[in-house]
Design a binder for this molecule. Structure first.
Ligand code: GDP
Length: 444
């Protein structure tokens, strides 16, 4: 389903990875192309906008780790944002309730609802060893009831006997009663769909939901219908309330927009996907695997991950060694401040050291937020290498120059220098303690 999008994104990002350096304008140009590719894949406009904004912001703020190119970093950022857009962690069908657990299937006619009901019943029976009862609540199309009965016979899964003249809510009640009496673990309710969204269908679904108190309400949506599927999900969620979505026909040539927009627009997870007509063609929806499939650049992503974790470990060891020797200069402090911004606050290396706990609370008390951290980094960036190594040479005129360079007041420079002195002193003190936390860390 993602072939076209995959090809386009691959092309855009491949061009980036081959370059030695990237400017903000390069990132902007790439994001414009990504934006177009996503829109062509029928991803909803709001999702596209937020996606490219987030990627752009991270790409421009990112520190490029050793041994990867800036373009490879961008690939990793795009990958991570795709995973987040698709819903981060895989969400499974929740059976954690007193049996029989009612699961209600809703959706438009032809979306694959009945087939999916049978697929789910098969998986719950064969893989999860549950006893499942299926019931068709489609009183408008006798053929639909018969279709489920036939699927049940093929799969050797029980279906609720058909009783003419009953209303959907009555059938739901009867199904749950029968499931209780028969000792079933799960009861699947296959509701009637319409060809388009209509109020009657919603009212009926809401009534069935009230009667059956389903543990899961799953919308079965055809991925080929793109944005219509997303609008449908939104409507069902507000009017009936959903717990998850099953995307069908993922094996088809849909453009991927539904899969990419669904989670972000509705806030509801895609739990399963249908990948064929047969009853075994049902798969869990794993955001990271799907992102991998869309991007097709798994090797670059893992390369960057590896490089980043190596680099962090190297940096941590180097800083720990300096601390031990009492050589914590302003470049090291800059590194620490940067780590803090990355971690969204006080954390990182410092968070790992019990001896620094006191300082952590001190810093926390001075309410350091990202803005403050960035200002402090800007001050250090305005210093020469020599000044960073040896802050003692910073007299009035140098401080003035640095303050002007960072667009701040001299007071702020003084504050930063005082903070650095405090940090260095404390680290020296901790470092001297034999067998203290620092010693252990330096060896690690
Ligand atoms: P309902 O009206 O929503 O109950 O839809 P059905 O379950 O009757 O499905 C309609 C058609 O779609 C049938 O021919 C199914 O075999 C087919 N179908 C359902 N799910 C999938 C899927 O994931 N992939 C493909 N290729 N076909 C599917």
């Amino acid at each position: 389903m993602f072939d076209n999008l995959s090809e386009k994104l691959g092309g855009i990002l491949n061009r980036l990875t081959r370059r030695g350096s990237l400017t903000e304008a390069d990132v902007d140009a790439a994001m414009r192309e990504v934006r177009r590719a996503l829109l062509e894949a029928d991803v909803s406009l709001e999702v596209v906008k937020s996606f490219t904004d987030k990627v752009r912001e991270q790409a421009i703020g990112a520190t490029v780790v050793k041994s990867v190119t800036p373009g490879q970093m961008v690939v990793k950022i795009v990958h991570d944002e795709l995973v987040a857009t698709l819903g981060s962690d895989a969400q499974i069908i929740d059976l954690n309730a007193v049996p029989p657990v009612p699961i209600m299937m809703v959706g438009l006619q032809g979306s694959g609802k009945t087939t999916t009901t049978a697929k789910l019943a098969r998986r719950l029976t064969q893989r999860d060893k549950r006893r499942v009862l299926m019931a068709s609540l489609d009183v408008y199309r006798p053929a639909a009831m018969e279709q489920l009965a036939i699927l049940g016979r093929d799969l050797e899964i029980d279906t609720l006997p058909i009783v003419e003249g009953q209303q959907p809510a009555q059938i739901a009640r009867r199904a749950i009663e029968a499931a209780k009496l028969g000792g079933y673990d799960v009861v699947l309710l296959d509701t009637a769909g319409r060809t388009t969204l209509d109020d009657e269908m919603m009212a009926e679904a809401a009534e069935i939901k009230a009667v059956a108190s389903p543990h899961e309400v799953l919308l079965v949506a055809d991925s080929l219908t793109g944005q219509d599927a997303v609008n449908l999900a939104r409507a069902f969620d507000t009017q009936v309330g959903l717990t998850g979505i099953v995307l069908t026909r993922v094996d088809g040539d849909g453009r991927g927009g539904a899969a990419l927009s669904m989670r972000a627009v509705t806030g509801k997870p895609i739990k399963l996907m249908g990948t064929g007509e047969k009853t075994d063609a049902l798969e869990d929806f794993h955001p990271s695997r799907i992102a991998g499939r869309i991007l097709g650049m798994g090797d670059v992503v893992s390369l960057v991950e590896k490089a980043a974790s190596h680099l962090d470990a190297e940096k941590a060891a180097a800083v720990a060694e300096k601390m031990r020797k009492g050589q914590f200069d302003l470049s090291d402090m800059r590194e620490q401040l940067l780590q803090m911004t990355k971690m969204g606050g006080i954390g990182g290396l410092m968070g790992l050291m019990p001896g620094i706990a006191k300082m952590k609370s001190q810093i926390a008390a001075s309410r350091i937020d990202d803005k403050v951290l960035n200002r402090q980094i800007a001050i250090i960036d305005s210093m020469t290498r020599q000044e960073r190594k040896n802050p003692d040479i910073l007299k009035a005129s140098r401080k003035k120059r640095i303050a002007a360079g960072a667009g701040l007041k001299v007071e702020e420079v003084n504050k930063l220098l005082k903070m650095h002195r405090n940090m260095a002193d404390m680290m020296k003190a901790v470092g001297r303690g034999k067998g203290g936390p620092m010693a252990g860390l330096a060896q690690a």
